[in-house]
Unconditional design. Sequence first.
Length: 436
Amino acid sequence: MTGAATAADRRSWTAGSRAADTALIAAVVVAGSVSRQAVYTAFGVALLVACVAVLAVAAWRGAARGSPSRLGVLVALALALLAQVLKPPYMNVEDRTGALRAGVYLAMAVTAAAAALLLVRSRALAAGLTAATGVAYALVVAGGKPLIDVWPILQGAARGVLDGRNPYEMTFVGVPPGQVDDCFNYLPGTFLVPLPGRLLFGDVRYAEAAVLLAGVAALVWFAVRSGRTEAVPLAVLAGVLPGSLYDVQQAWNETVVFGALAAAGVLVAVKKPWWAAACLAVALCTKQHVVLLLPLWALWPAFGWRRAVGAGAGAAAVTLPFFLWNPERFWHCVVDFFLDLPARQDSLSVWQLVPGPLRTVALLALVAVAYALVLRGVPRSPAGLLLGSGLVLAFFALANKQSFLNQWLLAAQLVVAGLTLAAAAYRPVRDVHLPA
């Protein structure tokens, strides 16, 4: 094997790098576009369809095999900053204070400063930007109360479980008119994980933001450890993608899901799969549709079916007591609530464009297509696992009857996290002659 093999390898890496650039920019466009849309628009959905198609092609062409180029990372940071400027998270908040604006400006500064990591390797700068991201989250939480049912029901459920009450039997106060106040419709991890924030600071959002930051910090640590210049700003970008501050502000539990899955991906990469299983269990007992990812993780060689079973068992152990407390009520709030809920006309998906009898079929078919794409085109690496998870959730969001900023952002974050691990693992092919 001589120069011919090296040239072939170089072409493979170059193709992977180009695909990684494409996937990265598509993920940032997804995050930026949904942060601009409060309701359904035909153009917005068409843009999401196009971005998911681009992600699928990029995955097929080896996005998780190569590293995004410096130019690709710079373009992604610029697009993220532009979206942050165009649509800061000032909507849907009451009692707004200057802290909210300060948090938004700080996140913008972090996004801009991350570009410097393309020029210099600085552990101090990477650590400083990670810490600044955490401060931005805290400022956004302190900057106002969200006008959404999620926050008061989560506040009430966390307090209720401490008082010995069943959150699935509670009626919640402080919910805006016309929104859900009589059903806690998430899994128990949603109120158990943020419990320390409710106890220590009076607000569950601080703990949710801490889990998100922990996942971002794990990515930054792994990127710095690798010594790869392109990986570190990508890790920072995962925490400040457009919409991230809004996720934190509105108390959406995708903050916990992404933090747990990002940490799990890093733990798989450093060969700590059972600790990764514990993180996956946290995600599974927090958000219902994370179960869509369980077969994917089971099929990944570095994780495997035993850890997948262990993660599922851990999530079940957390969930089962609340189910047994009142099975009928639990099932109604966690399952029937979503199955019986009328289709939302403002869902950022193609649900309303599909004929009624075919909607469920279309949803299942798209998830199956996503699995086929991932299993056929994505390498069996930790990077491929996170990128593939993002792709599966993006296909799901495309046909789900309730797809909004938080679901789309989670998919984009997982793609960026996967590309971070790909960049950290990337080793350029050099012109060397190998012995025959």
